[in-house]
Design a protein around this ligand. Sequence first.
Ligand SMILES: *Cc1c(COP(=O)(O)O)cnc(C)c1O
Ligand SMILES: [Zn+2]
Length: 421
Amino acid sequence: MIPQSQSKFVCIECGESYSITERRYRCDCGELLEVIHDLSSISSDVWRHQVDEKRGEVAFRRYLDILMPSLESDAVITLNEGDTPLYDVSEEFASDLGIELLLKHEGMNPTLSFKDRGMVAGVSWAKNLGCEHVICASTGDTSASMAAYAACAGGMKGIVLLPKGKISQEQLVQPISYGALTIGLETDFDGCMKLVQELTAKHAIYLLNSMNSVRIEGQKAIGIETLHQLNWKVPDWFVIPVGNAGNISALGKGLRELKKLGIIDHLPRLAGVQTASASPLYKSYRKGFTALVPQVADATKASAIRIGNPVSFKKAVRELKYFEGVIEMVTETELMNWKARIERVGIAICPNSAVAVAGVKKLVDSGIISEGEKVVVLLTAHGSKFSSSTMGYHDNAENRYANQPVYLPAELAAIEKVLKL
Ligand SMILES: *Cc1c(COP(=O)(O)O)cnc(C)c1O
Ligand SMILES: [Zn+2]
């Protein structure tokens, strides 16, 4: 038996701590919690050697003693998430950017988004606690992931609350096919999130949004695995799209812990990127990280980050300050053009991921990212989850990188004419 006391919940504001075995998402003071582990038995050299030896194991198990040491390895419910590719596209974009550009493609996970990294932790923990019902609000990817892992867990019922008409068809079909109770509501994500909090406060249903700090522990694996792929050589920047701000918080926490353990010798900087239609964190950053002013988020192609009231705002700000972080903002045209450009080199990315790439370009242009620096962009979901916005882009010849399909009669001559043969 692993002593459960190795991990506890600690309030990010008042420092109060709670048992990790409680079904708890907030401190009594109302603030978010984080999971703190006793990592004192880890020695950096031994650990680095151990994780090399465990390359054949699924990522969450490989790094389990940093991610969630209170969970038995056998209790992990996995769909073989992780070990996603890290593409080097420096040469392809050298003349535009003049940096070393690496893309960590989290869209290559089982449900095609990075949310699987958190769900492997969250659903395994839910099962460990004996929860039969799990719930989340979602902009499309969390619900897909939770439903898949709940199905994999066996005997666990997933319930998803979605903003009706505001997620892609491919995202909507995922929880339906995995057998979750799929509820579309006449509201936005923030409205769904509010109801999930009310429901889980009243009933014994386990909440699996990123305000559940166990999920954040699973998401730390993205940064850790990237560093492992880089042989623990720290890049200058990690750049990431920001919605509810759970992922940037997880990235920061994981990297801080690696540094503290001596597994890496210095810290990278962090950059979060939002769209003009949902930019509460950007607005706060521009004023020196003033308090969050929630907004109603407007429609954007980057629908997974259409969030006006980010739950993990305070955690994100804490990490951004610690990592000398910045927040950038991009327009719809910028993000869709960058999506097309990245796809032209053979990597299918979603509009949300493209927000981060477009952000890199702006940060290079403004001199915040310097020439020659090494930049890792976290791509958060696969392009194939967003076919309608992709098709819409290519169907319109006005778009800069549009590749319009050609429709012809089934005749050799017609094709030859188009080929100019
Ligand atoms: C959830 C999600 C995000 C945003 O992550 P947060 O933790 O909410 O900031 C970005 N991109 C995609 C594709 C997502 O599914
Ligand atoms: Zn507190």
